[in-house]
Design a protein around this ligand. Structure first.
Ligand code: PLP
Length: 372
């Protein structure tokens, strides 16, 4: 008898598999930057900005240090600051709200719908006050929100719309890519995102040239010229190494998104007939499945059972922002956003990445159904 082979662990994301598939291109890109010592600014950054803008279908892109700074800089450039209110969701990563606070404005949290767990436009409209300046929508898990409804509210009340597209590179809303659906959009290239750098990186995109000039200045110490500072800004630049790596990856992104959608479709085809509740796409939206999320009773116990079977599941996110100590000053109770608070107890992110393949998905599903 042969010894039983150890059960393969299935990670939540597998960055090694991706590196192996494009190693020669990545290594060449890194080598190029180092041989030129073009670490800050330079051709690699410019080339990536141009390529990413074209890929999104917008006129301008400014690379920045990370996705959180991208949000902060975009809002500062829009003139958002102390005394202003910005409407957003509590069901998101803290960066969405943190960046609002960094401008001096106050985040106003609204609830999400119970199907896609995305911002509920009707609740946005109810939250508008004379102090409201903007709406930050989050295309959470890779699925675009109902931007037609959001834009209608923004037009009616004279508000700016910022897309937090950190999880949604290339996702579509009624045939249009995210990044083109509001006044300005922000991306994160954190390593685990759908387009990931090998460190922190981010970008802002928009068709508004004057706005993008302000964004470029704020991101680089308030200057366009080396020694002329129009204002105080921040130091938040996309660096040459990250730009070169992102540039090498960008041609693969479309294929990776297709592979993610195929993986999600396979999960759904197995789990939905068994009665597992899926966090679904909105009608009119095409998700790029940064995460594949189900809702299960006894979530923590189910997650532990998967872990014991070598499957790394996750929770995005277990404590909604309005219940976080950091937002205690807003004086909200869990019951104020009932869908958000209930979902936080049930959501479970299953492993998904372009290289995951059919066999691993089937094993995750089998173990999940066993745990339920
Ligand atoms: C990752 C993420 C961010 C922040 O991006 P960083 O690059 O990590 O700063 C913002 N919003 C959402 C929804 C995210 O998932």
């Amino acid at each position: 008898m042969t010894a039983q082979s150890p059960v393969e662990k299935i990670p939540l994301v597998d960055l090694q598999a991706q590196y192996r598939s494009i190693k020669a291109d990545i290594d060449a890109a890194v080598e190029r930057v180092i041989s030129k010592t073009a670490f800050i600014g330079g051709a690699e950054v410019k080339n990536f900005e141009t390529a990413f803008a074209a890929w999104c279908g917008v006129k301008h892109c400014v690379g920045v240090g990370n996705g959180t700074d991208a949000l902060y800089i975009a809002m500062r450039a829009l003139g958002i600051g102390a005394g202003d209110e910005v409407i957003t969701v509590s069901h998101t990563f803290i960066a969405t709200a943190e960046s609002i606070g960094q401008t001096g404005a106050r985040p106003v949290f609204v609830d999400v719908d119970d199907v896609a767990l995305l911002v509920d436009p009707a609740l946005v409209e109810k939250a508008v006050t004379p102090r409201t300046k903007a709406i930050v929508v989050v295309h959470l898990y890779g699925c675009p929100v109902d931007m037609e409804a959001i834009r209608a509210i923004a037009r009616k009340h004279g508000l700016k719309v910022i897309e937090d597209a950190a999880q949604a590179h290339g996702a579509m809303r009624n045939g249009r890519r995210v990044g083109t659906l509001g006044d300005v959009a922000t991306f994160s290239f954190y390593p685990g995102k759908n387009l990931g750098a090998y460190g922190d990186a981010g970008a802002v995109v928009s068709n508004d040239e004057a706005l993008m000039t302000r964004i470029r200045m704020i991101a680089n110490h308030g200057r366009l010229d080396k020694y002329l500072h129009e204002m105080e800004g921040v130091n938040s630049r996309l660096d040459g190494l990250q730009a070169a790596i992102l540039g090498a990856k960008l041609p693969h992104l479309e294929g990776w998104s297709k592979a993610r959608r195929a993986a999600a479709a396979l999960y759904t085809s197995i789990l939905k007939p068994k009665g597992v509740r899926i966090v679904e796409e909105l009608p009119g939206s095409e998700s790029v499945y940064h995460l594949y999320v189900v809702r299960v009773p006894g979530r923590d116990r189910v997650m532990d059972a998967l872990k014991a079977a070598g499957i790394d599941a996750g929770v995005h996110y277990p404590v909604p922002l309005h219940e976080q100590p950091a937002y205690r000053h807003l004086g909200m109770k869990p019951g104020d956003l009932p869908v958000t608070s209930q979902a936080a107890k049930e959501i479970l992110s299953l492993p998904i990445y372009p290289e995951i393949g059919k066999a691993r998905i089937e094993r995750v599903c089998a173990e999940l159904l066993k745990a339920l």
